[in-house]
Ligand binder design. Structure first.
Ligand SMILES: C[C@H](O)[C@H](O)[C@H]1CNC2=NC(N)=NC(=O)C2=N1
Length: 218
């Protein structure tokens, strides 16, 4: 199959793919892979259609690196706080800590593990938030190393302590943070991607300051 794909001019990175919801918490049925390439279907998660009756579930394919252990899809399915990146070759999660110091402790600990495991993330930090993406450059795709590092991140974040109001246990997606969400909708190939995005609402104290300064406006 692999050779067939190569002969057909399909890049070898598309070695194993799996139908899985994009930019949604990852939750797959536990199944083992056959040898060669495979494709599983899993339409997903949101219970209700939207106001226009459009189904709000969507699917896409994870592109795995070649020669991965058969338990990889099952391991990925347990990373429920992570979402699949638009390339389908990586997973991402945003962690929110109580303080910058806590975020920095988390990053230091992850950096040590990166050094030990020789595997490095694409990441960014803004004050108390750390966004991490794991993907493998060689062999290209999502590999067991990415999953191990994501699992390490989850454990480390729990040990450091996430921000209280946004306890993102490994079972909770960051994308559902806070109670005021807006949806980021974009077209991608043959389906629509709906990404929930948290809106930051000022605290009561800040709102009061703003009212004092600018008065009430209509
Ligand atoms: C030689 C060294 O182990 C490789 O270049 C490592 C470095 N860190 C890496 N990090 C990530 N995320 N993917 C890789 O493929 C990778 N390769």
């Amino acid at each position: 199959m692999y050779e067939n794909r190569c002969r057909a001019g399909i890049p070898p990175i598309v070695h194993r793919s799996l139908q899985i919801p994009a930019r949604r918490p990852i939750a797959l049925p536990a199944r083992s892979s056959r040898s060669g390439s495979f494709r599983l279907s899993s339409s997903h998660a949101t219970s209700k259609p939207d106001a226009k009756g459009t189904p709000s579930s969507e699917t896409s394919s994870i592109i795995f690196s070649e020669n991965q252990p058969t338990e990889l899809p099952n391991r990925v399915s347990k990373l429920t706080a992570w979402t699949i990146t638009p390339s389908n070759m990586g997973i991402t999660r945003r962690f929110t800590f109580p303080t910058f110091s806590a975020a920095w402790r988390f990053m230091s600990s992850v950096a040590e593990e990166c050094k030990a495991k020789r595997h490095h993330p694409i990441w960014s930090n803004l004050y108390n938030e750390v966004t991490i993406e794991w993907t493998t450059h060689q062999p290209k795709g999502l590999s067991i190393k990415d999953v191990e590092m994501a699992e390490f991140c989850d454990r480390t974040a729990d040990a450091v302590g996430l921000k209280k109001e946004q306890i993102q246990s490994t079972g909770t997606a960051n994308s559902s943070e806070g109670s005021h969400n807006s949806s980021n909708i974009s077209g991608r190939g043959d389906h629509i991607v709906i990404q929930k995005r948290a809106m930051h609402i000022p605290s009561e104290a800040i709102a009061l300051k703003l009212r004092r300064r600018f008065g009430h406006r209509r």
